[in-house]
Write a protein that binds this ligand. Structure first.
Ligand SMILES: [Zn+2]
Length: 367
């Protein structure tokens, strides 16, 4: 096991188990809850009375300190099992409570350090699952602590995505190419207070009309744009985001039809996309439905728009009036009736890249 060549300063802490009792499989990111330099972090971990340490620390200036060599287990996350498998990193905050902001320089270096750790330790990909089952973990998964703070915690999906892009040799898959925006979720199925953003599951939101709402379907796709309405119906298997005041304005400014929306650990994440859930795969095409066909003939009548997707690319515009198209092996035909047909016509042109996901039943049109 080696250490990172990104290290600018070393001050080894006595607070560690030497060597660790497991292989390195995880990364755990912490915050300092203060604007500590790499030297200050070293001083904090120096006394044995402190009973704490970390493998690495990053200052707001982007410099990296090492306090416990990677071959050893640092005492960082209130969880021996995690820390025996993890490289732990403390990140300085250039802003205080409640957000505990992190500088852009520290964030950039954190991503670089994670890439370096993964490469040297054979970690192929960072999986941020939002719980301890993933290999990118947080202190507050193991203890009642605010660490890593709301700002850094909201960045975990982004950090995993950026690290994975670099691990995959820079190949960029949309919509990850588009940076996500985040907003704190104030609750689920509770009353919507002033300036709050609430998620509603069930059948309808029960809200009054003085807010903005958007339905998110089972695939995390915004079914429509954001509307100034109340008591919205909730998509089956999905939810509705409802925002009042400032949260409503944020919804209106940040979510459009087809965007990808997720809820992670109390945060709403929005990625710009052009997605649509399929109404079926290899089945009959009903009114206003979008169906993907993978084999045989579509069996459709002429009253719809159809387009062939070969190697992830549309071979033509969506064409009206054909029907019963032959589906070549290894390709897809998308067939839309009514409003779904109009949607296809507007969004899929010759040469448009289209990801067809038959497992989850949606398409992602890449602009
Ligand atoms: Zn921590």
């Amino acid at each position: 096991m080696s250490n990172s060549s990104l290290v600018n300063y070393t001050k080894i802490s006595p607070n560690s188990n030497n060597p660790r009792n497991n292989t390195i499989k995880k990364i755990t990111i912490h915050h300092c809850a203060g604007n500590a330099s790499v030297e200050t972090i070293g001083n904090i971990f120096a006394p044995t009375s402190r009973q704490a340490s970390a493998n690495y620390g990053i200052g707001s200036d982007g410099r990296v300190g090492m306090y416990v060599e990677e071959k050893n287990r640092a005492w960082t996350s209130s969880n021996a099992e995690n820390d025996h498998q993890a490289i732990t990193i403390e990140v300085a905050n250039d802003g205080g409570a409640p957000d505990w902001h992190v500088s852009d320089a520290a964030m950039a270096k954190l991503i670089q350090l994670c890439v370096d750790i993964c490469k040297r330790n054979g970690i192929a990909k960072l999986h941020y699952t939002g719980d301890a089952s993933g290999n990118l973990t947080r202190h507050n998964m193991f203890a009642a602590t605010t660490c890593p703070g709301p700002y850094l915690q909201g960045k975990f999906p982004y950090i995993a995505s950026e690290v994975n892009k670099q691990l995959q040799g820079g190949t960029v898959e949309e919509p990850e190419k588009v940076e996500a925006v985040y907003h704190i979720l104030d609750g689920t199925n509770v009353g919507r207070g002033t300036d709050k953003l609430i998620r509603y599951t069930g059948t309808s939101t029960g809200t009054n009309e003085y807010g903005f709402e958007v339905p998110i379907d089972r695939n995390g796709i915004a079914v429509t744009g954001v509307r100034y309405v109340g008591n919205s119906p909730i998509p089956v298997g999905g939810y509705v985001l409802s925002g009042h005041g400032e949260a409503g304005k944020w919804l209106y400014a940040n979510i459009n039809e087809g965007d990808l929306v997720g809820v992670y650990d109390g945060w709403v994440k929005v990625q710009k996309a052009c997605c649509r859930t399929l109404d079926g795969v290899d089945t009959g095409r009903g009114t206003n439905q979008l169906i993907a066909y993978t084999k045989g003939r579509t069996g459709t009548n002429a009253y719809g728009f159809e387009v062939c997707i070969v190697d992830g690319v549309a071979t033509s515009d969506a064409i009206y009036g054909n029907g019963n198209i032959l589906v070549a092996e290894g390709t897809y035909v998308l067939s839309g009736h009514g409003t779904a047909g109009e949607w296809l016509y507007v969004h899929v042109k010759k040469g448009t890249r289209v990801e067809v996901n038959t497992q989850y039943g949606f398409i992602n049109v890449k602009k």
